[in-house]
Design a protein around this ligand. Structure first.
Ligand code: C2E
Ligand code: MG
Ligand code: MG
Length: 291
């Protein structure tokens, strides 16, 4: 109990940032208990078939849908739909992300292999998956079982992959790329020193973070940042894609600044696999008109 309370206070202090001092509050204990319950439930979520992959279209400006991003969803039996931001960190903490991540890779490759068109499929990788040392083998096995061409697979990483074990993780990324897989830098512009990471690995794609896209129409600093990233992509021969595009205004700005691809609610949120074919028929035309 005492240990649990101390954990709770520590957890809260960490969440509040360095230097803040927090004492135990009753609700911290409740929150920690809640986290632990969720963590326990997550252990059996995969076997109980509660996890599903949803797919969000990505469009090339002027060309319509060119691929999808796989986004995991958890249909909890009593809590309903739980967003990945609420359970991926739990899975990372417990190490469960290794088996969940392998399942996501297998499931996504299997589903993408049956699509009516051979589009790109982007899968998010957690930095913790790089610690398993089995990542490359898991990717090879997902491709082999599904028959999906490695040329269709894209893996999205964030720069946190470079914060520890940099050399080992770079070696893994190179092995993946040698298989023909593309590597994208997710949430670009939100971390510490993204520019040096761009020099240390030949990324295929930069995903411009949603926070810069959100205020494009209102704030000139966001325009400047999007312009800089698009220019960087052009000079380094890296495709740029904007995340979280919600309005026509934002789309117009992105087009004007030379961004290559777009993804966001303006086109579609992530949808279950059963709706992909339908999305392609409906969207192929609508997206190419809009984008
Ligand atoms: P992310 O990889 O940056 O994914 C983009 C997130 O933005 C997704 O949230 C997507 O639904 C959301 N989004 C897309 N378009 C819009 C828009 O126009 N407006 C707004 N407001 N949001 C938009 P989601 O699915 O909740 O995922 C959140 C994060 O969870 C992801 O961020 C990714 O870091 C993580 N995640 C999701 N699926 C996986 C997975 O399979 N494995 C791992 N390791 N992480 C995942
Ligand atoms: Mg992503
Ligand atoms: Mg992102």
């Amino acid at each position: 109990m005492l240990q649990g309370n101390a954990d709770a206070a520590l957890y809260r202090t960490k969440a509040d940032g360095r230097g803040s001092v927090r004492f135990f509050e009753a609700d911290m204990h409740r929150r920690l208990r809640d986290r632990r319950a969720l963590q326990r439930d997550l252990q059996s979520a995969m076997e109980r078939g509660e996890l599903a992959i949803h797919y969000q279209p990505q469009s090339r400006l002027g060309n319509g849908v060119v691929g999808f991003e796989a986004l995991v969803r958890w249909h909890h039996p009593s809590r309903g739909l739980i967003a990945p931001n609420s359970f991926i960190p739990l899975a990372e903490e417990s190490g469960l992300i290794i088996s969940i991540g392998e399942w996501i890779l297998r499931e996504t490759c299997r589903e993408a292999a049956s699509w009516p068109r051979p589009l790109q499929i982007a899968v998010n990788l957690s930095p913790v998956q790089f610690r398993s040392r089995n990542l490359v083998q898991a990717v090879i096995s997902a491709l082999a079982h599904s028959g999906l061409s490695p040329l269709r697979l894209e893996l999205e990483i964030t720069e946190s992959v470079f914060l520890a074990e940099t050399e080992a993780n770079l070696a893994i990324l190179h092995q993946l790329r040698e298989l023909g897989i593309s590597i994208s830098m997710d949430d670009f512009g939100t971390g510490y020193s993204s520019l040096s990471y761009l020099r240390s690995f030949p990324f295929d794609k930069i995903k411009i973070d949603r926070s810069f896209v959100k205020d494009l129409a209102e704030r000139s600093d966001c325009v400047a940042i999007v312009r800089a990233i698009s220019g960087l992509g052009r000079s380094l021969n890296i495709t740029t894609i904007a995340e979280g595009v919600e309005t026509i205004d934002q789309l117009d700005w992105l087009r004007a600044e030379g961004c290559n691809e777009v993804q966001g609610f303006l086109f579609s949120p992530a949808k279950p696999a059963s709706e992909v074919a339908q999305l392609l028929t409906r969207f192929g035309t609508r997206a190419s008109r809009a984008a």
